[in-house]
Design a protein around this ligand. Sequence first.
Ligand SMILES: Nc1ncnc2c1ncn2[C@@H]1O[C@H](COP(=O)(O)OP(=O)(O)OP(=O)(O)O)[C@@H](O)[C@H]1O
Ligand SMILES: [Mg+2]
Length: 329
Amino acid sequence: MSAETPVEVRGLVKRYDGLVAVDRVDLTVDPGDVFGYLGPNGAGKTTSLRMMLGLITPDEGTVRVFGRDPQASVDALEGVAGFVEAPRFYPYLNARTNLELCAALDGLGAGRREIDEVLDTVELRDRARDRVGGFSHGMRQRLGIAGALLRRPRLLVLDEPATGLDPGGMRDMRQLIRNLAATGMTVLLSSHLLAEVEELCNRVAIVRRGRVVYEGTLADLRATAGTRYRLRTTDDSRAQAVCQAQPGIESPTLTAGLGISFQAASERAVAELSMALTEAGALIIEMAATHASLEDLFFALTEGAAGEGAAGERATGGGPSTSDVAVAP
Ligand SMILES: Nc1ncnc2c1ncn2[C@@H]1O[C@H](COP(=O)(O)OP(=O)(O)OP(=O)(O)O)[C@@H](O)[C@H]1O
Ligand SMILES: [Mg+2]
């Protein structure tokens, strides 16, 4: 466990009564990552982040932040800041006073200058004298980040920071996170929005019912789907037989009225198939590559049948059909 690694989680488990909220989660957040912890409601995101921040105790497994155990002592959280669900403030005090209280509690010596700085960063300087009770949800989220920044974190942990914000608020929040990441800060954020994670994060862990079903880059996830081809010919039954016998052509499936769908080991194999079809007298009417969208893959991972992990499917409007795409993370 390296002192340089912002987060290393191994075999993390949290149970509530009969429910396994977090189920043997392993993940590593490297320095400089903007890491997305992505999953639908109830997947166990907040519970996992709570354990990483030492707010609740795991039933099994280990958490290390910069090599230290957040359960062992508050000191282990040096260099780490963030909040889960929503930041809490005294509603009858203004933003500046709330931040002064945060700074005093932290004891890290943040003074007036640092408070001005973080208020500037989250664009709340002109609202600093207003009572937090009158703040919008987006302003509170930004104030929460300001409070976290007072700790001068090397790792910022944010639980669905843009959820509940209007489109303009979401855009501002994402810009703020990008700006912080550009300073070299490592960010671990949870989200249920694929597009948000795709926009912000260099790496993701996709969680489903407490388990990580994919960890890596979204580009690699896209690549796991491979390319499928759609084929229609003058004689699809014969073409199906040709596909089955053809080297490099995988899992051909004939659907009446729709033609054949297959995967190919290479483009060369597709080119050779076209010759074999012509020789067999099944003349090509249409042969086209179809790509699964990232959204299709995400839904396949997070909404697939229980126990299959990644083999579910979901029809989406507009995009190419992926009814036969199975993802093996
Ligand atoms: N304190 C608790 N007591 C009982 N069950 C809990 C508790 N905290 C979480 N759970 C359960 O654990 C599961 C995961 O909850 P969690 O809040 O971690 O999900 P989440 O991914 O953050 O969801 P959301 O996107 O809705 O915030 C849920 O089924 C939830 O009901
Ligand atoms: Mg949550």
